[in-house]
Design a protein around this ligand. Structure first.
Ligand code: AMP
Ligand code: MG
Length: 417
C-alpha cells in the first residue's frame, strides 16, 4: 500500500469494487497463442477450438438397460406374452442386430446395444420372466422408455464443447468420444513469481534464528499450475531497491507478474516505489478485505507488451487468498476463457462467530455435515500467517463489512477454493 506522509488513509475499494475492476480488466486481455497437445496433457487448459461431433451421438438408438426391446403397444396391458425373436448385445455387428420386430415380438437386448427396427421401448429384465422363447412382460412402459434416440445428445457436426471452455475430465471424455487424441488449447500463460523480503530464504538453506523459508513462491506455483498457468520462480528479492528493480524487470518479461511481500505500510515495503520506476499504472493499492488488505493490482507497459501484475501481501494466507480473489481472473483470461465467477455458496453455521466490521473478511473454515445438513465451522487461527489453519480449511467464511456477529444455525456465505 502506498505510504502517505500524513496519517490520512486513502479510501480503498470495497471487495466487490476491486473484484469488478479486475474482471473488467481481464475481459480486455487476449489469450496466449494456441497449440496442439495430447489429450492426456490437456486437463486444466482451455480449448482453442470447438469440439464437434464427428457423427450422431448416440450413433444408433441405444438401449440404456439390459432387458427386452418391445413394441410399446404390445405391452399396454400386462402381463403380456411376447415371442423372443433374437438377442442383440453391445457391439453386435449390423448383421447381428438386423432384427425387425413384428406385432407380438420382442428381442433380448443389452445396455449399449442398438435397439432393433420396430421396437420403441425397452423393458428392464427385472420386470420380465422368460420361459423358453416366450417372455412375460410384467410392466407397461411409455414410448421411448429406456432408449436414447440416435442423435439425441448431438447431431453429427454440432459443437459439443465451445472454444474457451476449460478442459476437465468430462471435456476429455468428449474429445476421446469424437476421436481426438490431440486437441488445440491455449498455451499456459507464463507467470513470474517474485518473493521479496530480507528475512526470506530459499527452502534448501538452513534458516538463521530470524529467517523464514520461502513458502509463498511454492504455494503460488501450485495455485498458478492448478489455474492453468506455468509458474516461473524468480530468485528471492532482498529489501534493496536496485536489486528489487532488477528482478522486477525480469518478472515483467512473463505474461503476468506476481510479487509477494513488500506491499504493506512498512519502511521496507519497497515494491510500489520500485514499480513507480517502471511507470506502472496502478489500478488499486489496497482493498477493504482481510486477509490481504494491502493487495496491489496494476500493469506495466513497455512498447507493444503490457504485463499485468499483482502485489500480494507476504503473509502466507494473504498471498493464497488474494491470488484466488483477484489474480486467478487474469490467469483465466490469458488462458483463453472469460474470468470465472468466484465459487460462493451458502451453508449453515455450526457455532457463533464475531468479527470486526469495516472489511470483507475471508476466514478459514471447514465445510462438513453431509448430504442432509451441510455445516460450516470457523477454524481457530493465529491470523494471516497461520499456514496450519489454512491447510485444514476447505473453504472461507465470507463476513460482510457490516456484520459483527453471526449465530449458530444462520446461513453464511462461503467461498469454495
Ligand atoms: P510483508 O508483506 O513483506 O510485510 O510480509 C508479511 C509477512 O509475511 C512477514 O511476516 C513475512 O516474513 C512473511 N512473508 C513474506 N514473504 C514470505 C514468503 N515468501 N514465505 C513465507 N512468508 C513470507
Ligand atoms: Mg517484507
Amino acid at each position: 500500500m502506498l505510504a502517505t506522509s500524513n496519517a490520512v488513509r486513502p479510501k480503498l475499494p470495497s471487495f466487490g469494487d476491486a473484484r469488478r475492476l479486475v474482471e473488467e480488466y481481464a475481459l480486455t486481455l487476449s489469450p496466449t497463442r494456441p497449440e496442439m497437445v495430447s489429450l492426456l496433457e490437456a486437463a486444466g487448459l482451455v480449448l482453442a477450438e470447438d469440439l464437434r461431433a464427428d457423427r450422431d451421438f448416440p450413433p444408433f438408438p441405444r438401449s440404456t438397460r439390459d432387458g427386452f426391446a418391445v413394441r410399446v403397444a404390445d405391452v399396454s396391458t400386462v402381463p403380456a406374452e411376447l415371442r423372443c425373436v433374437g438377442e442383440i448385445k453391445a457391439g453386435a455387428t449390423p448383421e447381428q442386430s438386423a432384427i425387425t420386430l413384428a406385432a407380438g415380438d420382442c428381442a433380448e437386448i443389452m445396455t449399449g446395444a442398438p435397439v432393433p427396427e420396430g421396437a420403441d421401448g425397452v423393458v428392464m429384465v427385472e420386470c420380465t420372466q422368460r420361459r423358453g422363447d416366450t417372455v412375460v412382460i410384467q410392466r407397461a412402459i411409455a414410448a421411448g422408455e429406456n432408449i436414447v434416440a440416435m442423435g439425441a445428445e448431438a447431431r453429427g457436426g454440432a459443437v459439443m464443447v465451445a472454444r474457451g471452455t476449460r478442459v476437465n475430465h468430462t471435456i476429455v471424455a468428449i474429445a476421446a468420444a469424437v476421436g481426438r487424441p490431440e486437441i488445440a488449447v491455449y498455451r499456459r500463460p507464463r507467470v513470474a513469481i517474485l518473493t521479496t523480503g530480507d528475512e526470506v530464504i530459499d527452502i534448501n538453506l538452513c534458516p538463521g534464528p530470524n529467517e523464514i523459508r520461502n513458502s509463498n513462491s511454492y504455494s503460488l506455483a501450485a495455485e498458478v499450475h492448478a489455474a492453468g498457468g506455468e509458474p516461473l520462480l524468480l530468485p528471492i528479492a532482498p529489501d534493496d531497491p536496485p536489486e528489487l528493480a532488477l528482478l522486477l524487470r525480469k518478472g515483467l518479461e512473463a505474461d503476468v507478474l506476481l510479487i509477494t511481500g513488500g506491499v504493506s505500510m512498512g519502511k521496507y515495503d519497497l515494491v510500489e516505489q520500485a514499480l513507480a520506476s517502471f511507470e506502472a499504472s496502478i489500478f488499486f493499492t489496497g482493498a477493504e478485505i482481510q486477509p490481504g488488505r494491502p493487495v496491489v493490482f496494476g500493469e506495466v507497459k513497455s512498447g507493444e507488451r503490457c504485463t499485468p501484475l499483482f502485489g500480494l501481501p507476504g503473509n502466507p494466507v494473504s498471498t493464497m487468498v488474494t491470488f484466488q480473489l483477484f489474480a486467478r481472473a487474469v490467469l483465466d483470461a490469458l488462458s483463453g476463457m472469460r474470468p470465472q465467477p468466484l465459487a460462493f455458496a451458502q451453508a449453515m453455521l455450526k457455532s457463533d462467530i464475531s468479527s470486526r466490521t469495516g472489511l470483507t473478511r475471508f476466514l478459514p473454515a471447514r465445510l462438513e455435515g453431509g448430504l442432509e445438513r451441510p455445516e460450516v465451522e470457523l477454524l481457530r487461527w493465529q491470523g494471516s500467517g497461520d499456514l496450519m489453519a489454512a491447510s485444514r480449511a476447505n473453504c472461507y467464511i465470507v463476513v460482510p463489512p457490516d456484520r459483527e456477529r453471526f449465530s449458530a444455525g444462520e446461513a453464511v456465505t462461503i467461498l469454495l477454493v
